[in-house]
Design a protein. Structure first.
Length: 213
C-alpha cells in the first residue's frame, strides 16, 4: 500500500470517527449520563460491535468525547484569559466562560462528570475514574498560564500549580452545586467566586514581558 492510499484511508477513518462522535453527542444531549452504547450505535446506524471496533468500550468513547469537549472549553477559557481587559474582568470572564459552558449543555456536563443515577454500570465503566483526569488537565493548563504571567517569587511553579488546581476545583464544585440548585444567577455566582479569589491574586505583579493575567 502506497503513502497516498494510507493517507486516504486515514482521512476516511478520521471522518468516520468524527461522525460517530457527533452521533454520540446527539444521544448524550438527549439522554445525559444515561446514554448507552446501544443507543449511540443505533443513532449512528451501526451495530455495537462496530462501535467497539472504533473506541474499544464505553471508556474509550467517553475519553474521546471528553477530549472533544475539553479541547473546546480550554480554547474558550484561553480566549477569556487573553481578552483585552483588566485582571478582574478577565478572571470574571474566565469563570463565566466555564459556567456558561456547563449551563448551555448540562446533559453533556452530567455525562462527563456524573454516573447515571440508579443505572447499572456498562462494561465495568466508572465515570469517576475517567472524569478526574479532565479536571487535572484543566488545572495544569491554568497553572501554566498563571506561572507564565504572574511574578509569584520563589517557588512560583509549585504555587502556580496549587492555584491552578485550586481554582479549577472551586469552579467545578461551585458550578456543580449551582447547576443542580440554581440558588442565584450566573452573574451573581461569578462575582462571588471572583471576590473569593481577589486576595493575593490581585496583588501579584505581572511577569516582565508577559501579556499579563
Amino acid at each position: 500500500m502506497d503513502t497516498t492510499q494510507r493517507t486516504d484511508q486515514q482521512r476516511s477513518a478520521d471522518r468516520r470517527r468524527r461522525e460517530l462522535l457527533e452521533a454520540a453527542d446527539r444521544v448524550v444531549l438527549r439522554d445525559g449520563p444515561g446514554a448507552s452504547m446501544n443507543a449511540i450505535a443505533a443513532e449512528a446506524g451501526i451495530t455495537k460491535p462496530i462501535l467497539y471496533r472504533h473506541f474499544g468500550d464505553k471508556g474509550g468513547l467517553y475519553a474521546a468525547l471528553a477530549k472533544r469537549h475539553t479541547d473546546a472549553l480550554l480554547d474558550s477559557l484561553r480566549a477569556a484569559l487573553d481578552a483585552p481587559a483588566d485582571r478582574r474582568e478577565r478572571v470574571e470572564a474566565t469563570l463565566d466562560t466555564y459556567l456558561s459552558a456547563i449551563e448551555a449543555r448540562p446533559q453533556v456536563y452530567r455525562f462527563l462528570m456524573h454516573p447515571a443515577e440508579g443505572a447499572p454500570s456498562e462494561q465495568g465503566f466508572d465515570v469517576g475514574k475517567h472524569s478526574a483526569p479532565l479536571l487535572r488537565r484543566m488545572g495544569e493548563e491554568l497553572a501554566q498560564v498563571i506561572e507564565e504571567r504572574l511574578d509569584l517569587g520563589p517557588g512560583s511553579q509549585q504555587l502556580a500549580r496549587v492555584w491552578g488546581h485550586g481554582i479549577v476545583g472551586m469552579m467545578h464544585a461551585a458550578g456543580d452545586w449551582w447547576l443542580g440548585e440554581r440558588p442565584c444567577s450566573r452573574a451573581e455566582l461569578v462575582r462571588s467566586l471572583a471576590d473569593l479569589l481577589w486576595g493575593r491574586l490581585a496583588a501579584a505583579g505581572d511577569r516582565v514581558g508577559s501579556p499579563g493575567f
